[in-house]
Design a binder for this molecule. Structure first.
Ligand SMILES: NC(=O)CCC(=O)C(=O)O
Length: 278
């Protein structure tokens, strides 16, 4: 039988991101080491941690996963620090298409998962924010998960948080931790970022890790407030807006406890849901 260690120290790196890729990578590598020195075993960077976030930047900064400078740094950092590293996201180019992609590296520095943002961030809020990722990016079509000490971890990216179907598919695949690198904005972030993470945690009885870049002074201004939420829907760690690492010792046995105490997944009325719309 597979041995599952239920305790895990996680670290979310809310890094500052500027226009210089080399500096962004060096800064991320330094912060990863800091997280490791504080005992973290699962570490995550934010969305677009190596480049500014914006449609005019995606093709300018895009890289191949195979041997690109960002992949090289992530692989090295995972190996040197002997951690599982969720490499936030960066713009990926593959076959002349661009994606917003998350890569995951194991303590040997091997690539063990990739996830391309499935729901592209296309919104238009008058006097708030207009953004259209689909002007440049193609959407991914697959779920992606990996295991840390027998614990299954699922991946989503930012706007994906809004789609409860995606999180539910992961839960049905027995995921215990969802990681969402994400750069929420200053219009929706204050009211939605915490709430969406608590909702996904509560309705799927999973831990949710939401990892934002630090707030910039110009360009796309991220809300920050990276957050760790437990399967009760309780926020157990939350960053402010600047550069910061937040930590938590999570115990995935909590997922099992909540799932037994409030067994909503065995109580779902799929017999009704599946017929009512027909
Ligand atoms: N990078 C994103 O997908 C941003 C999502 C966001 O801000 C939202 O309101 O949703």
């Amino acid at each position: 039988m597979k041995k599952v260690i239920t305790m895990l120290r996680v670290a979310l790196i809310q890094s500052r991101v500027g226009t210089n890729r080399k500096e962004n990578l060096e800064n991320a590598e330094k912060l990863i080491k800091q997280a490791k020195n504080s005992g973290a075993k699962l570490v995550s960077l934010p969305e677009c941690f190596n480049s500014p976030y914006g449609t005019k930047f995606f093709n300018q900064y895009a890289e191949s996963i195979i041997n690109g400078p960002t992949s090289q740094m992530l692989s090295r950092a995972a190996k040197e620090n002997e951690i599982f590293l969720v490499g936030g996201t960066y713009p990926e180019i593959d076959n002349n298409k661009y994606y917003n992609t998350c890569t995951v590296w194991n303590p040997k520095g091997e690539l063990i998962a990739t996830y391309r943002k499935m729901h592209l961030f296309d919104i238009d809020i008058p006097n708030g924010i207009t953004f259209k990722e689909s002007d440049v990016l193609a959407a991914g079509n697959n779920l992606s998960s990996f295991e840390v000490n027998g614990i299954k971890v699922g991946l989503g990216i930012c706007y994906d948080l809004r789609f409860e179907e995606l999180a539910k598919l992961y839960r049905l695949d027995d995921v215990k931790i969802m990681v969402y690198p994400g750069a929420f904005n200053m219009t929706t972030g204050p009211i939605h970022f915490e709430l969406l993470q608590r909702a996904r945690a509560l309705d799927n009885q999973v831990y949710v890790l939401g990892v934002s870049p630090a707030r910039a002074e110009q360009g796309y201004i991220a809300w920050g407030h990276s957050q760790i939420t437990d399967p009760w829907g309780k926020v157990i760690a939350q960053a402010k807006e600047g550069e910061e690492i937040i930590y938590s010792d999570i115990n995935v046995q909590e997922c099992e406890n909540v799932r037994q105490q409030i067994p909503i997944f065995s109580q779902r009325r799929t017999d009704v849901y599946d017929t009512i719309k027909k």
